[in-house]
Ligand binder design. Sequence first.
Ligand code: SF4
Length: 214
Amino acid sequence: MNNQKIEKTFSYLEKLFPNAEPELKFSTPFECLVAVILSAQCTDKRVNVVTKELFKKYNTPKDFASLSQEELEKLIFTLGFYHNKAKNIISMSKQLLKEYGGELPKSSSELKKLAGVGEKTANVVASIVFNENVMGVDTHIFRVLNRIGLVNQNTPEKTGQEFSKKYPNYLNHDAHFRLVLFGRYVCKARNPGCENCELKNFCKYYKEVKNVCR
Ligand code: SF4
């Protein structure tokens, strides 16, 4: 049944979002990493507004390593958690210069060794820019996969592990972006659009909610 579920889920998501692309704007792998770090607890749209100007002046590890904490904070303060984000971006840039010759490592396991880069950020970047078969589970993907019942986990990390084990053929960036868009615009945290959703026939959450309402 799970094979049918996953096939039906992704053929529906493909129909809804045929040209799935990241909403974050970037033009190099390093810019992608900075944008993903900035996007924590913030919308991609707001990040894009800031990075549009930021990346015109600063877009390499050397540029960011030369900034003081206060200077970077002033440039990103509208994005929330700017103190930690600035600290992490500067430390990560210095580490890239010192240990990686200023180049972004090309695997999730190496990216995770960078200052302030956790499992989700590393997997998102590795999947988007290096086509690595990993799933960066954000809040949307966590909610959607568990609601449908494709996995049954209580943390994003465990969700990613179960998904990777059960559905290795769906570890790609198209799947990633489609799940994010579906969570953002259809299967929203509050008021998911269940009535028009073609997954409701087998969605675990929908069955549970329907049973409670009876
Ligand atoms: S039926 Fe509702 S809860 Fe289930 S996937 Fe669709 S929108 Fe999400």
